[in-house]
Design a protein around this ligand. Sequence first.
Ligand code: PEP
Length: 254
Amino acid sequence: MRKKIIAANWKMNMTAAEAASFMEDLELELKNFDGAEVVIVPPFTVLPRLSEIISEIPGVTLGAQNMWHETSGAFTGEISAGMLREFFTRYVVLGHSERRTIFGETDELVNKKVKAALAASLRPILCVGETLEERDAGRVHEVLSRQLKGSLAGLDTDQMLDTVIAYEPVWAIGTGRTATPEQAQEAHAFIRKTIGEIFDPATAAKVRIQYGGSVKPDNAKELLHQPDIDGALVGGASLDPRGFAKIVKAAARS
Ligand code: PEP
């Protein structure tokens, strides 16, 4: 049974004080709730404060938005997996489309980061997804297959099981335009089949695949009801604790 995983990608939003206040509200909303794993993915500057707060809240863990694959050295502006682990960070989002398009990250680089994260006992949330142009050209499977094979190259099955995949169609991120549940399910089933080919079907059946792209309280339930959707990576709607709690609860009921 794959436990649903709902992650809040705050992107470049929230000060430490705002994050503390968010967590107070979220904790109240999710009191006695254990129907899904919740991951808060704040900016790096907020990790120290949240690591103290989150250690007191069962079922809630901490994630980071990015990392560099080397352990230390002359990489100005970067952060290592070991530095993230210092603050009890459990997950790290890798290959987000904003990293790929704004910062030019390739599958090869993402693969190095995935391996470095796993070596430091950090669980990657690996983002894949096609642009609108690629969807319109009928290239969704080709793009997903290339991203998965490139980013997961060289992993063993245990490492695959420690990795979460996030299917995030680029045209749905921050646009208010969500994939229909049918479009999302189709892509998720393809991702699972591809993981089955890279590894084996039994491993693929256990891997959790999140959907991301304009998930909101009013569309979460239908998406999370799909058989191959095991959670959500939520951007904009994760900045409001009440709205985010509704999305988390929608996961539990599905
Ligand atoms: C994201 O950034 O991963 C995301 C899915 O953003 P949004 O929910 O705002 O579309």
